[in-house]
Design a protein around this ligand. Structure first.
Ligand SMILES: [Cu+2]
Length: 130
């Protein structure tokens, strides 16, 4: 017969195993297609979304929130408007935005991935040059 302690330890082990088997919001990588570009208005930004477990691009995600600001350079309040652009490549999500000054911009994206119950959020940093 199992002692109370052993039963509890077994239950904890089982729940850990169940958690590890599910894909989670942390199993995706966001990276800029181009990390550096010239500053200006109507700049195209593209972010590649990859499933870490399979190494494959995630083509069917729905991007429902995108924010571009200068948080990496201490200007989080300096936010740019963002307009989605059609994707030219599976797993690549493109936007039009303004990068009015040289420096680093953070792109924060919230997406829904097919079959993934959690919202997936990622941040990428791009640099605008003069
Ligand atoms: Cu700024």
């Amino acid at each position: 017969m199992l002692s109370k302690f052993t039963t509890a330890a077994l239950a904890a082990t089982l729940s850990l195993a169940a958690t590890a088997a599910l894909a989670g919001a942390g199993d995706y990588t966001f990276e800029p297609v181009k990390a550096e570009m010239k500053k200006g208005d109507d700049v195209m930004l593209a972010v590649r979304l990859t499933n870490k477990q399979t190494g494959k691009p995630v083509a069917d995600a729905v991007v429902f929130k995108t924010r571009v600001d200068m948080a990496p350079d201490g200007m989080a309040e300096m936010e740019s408007a963002v307009a989605p652009l059609p994707s030219k490549e599976p797993g690549v999500y493109a936007f039009k935005t303004d990068l009015p000054m040289a420096g680093r911009y953070q792109v924060t994206m919230s997406v829904k991935v097919q079959g993934e119950p959690e919202t997936v959020t990622g941040k990428v940093v791009v640099t605008a040059t003069k």
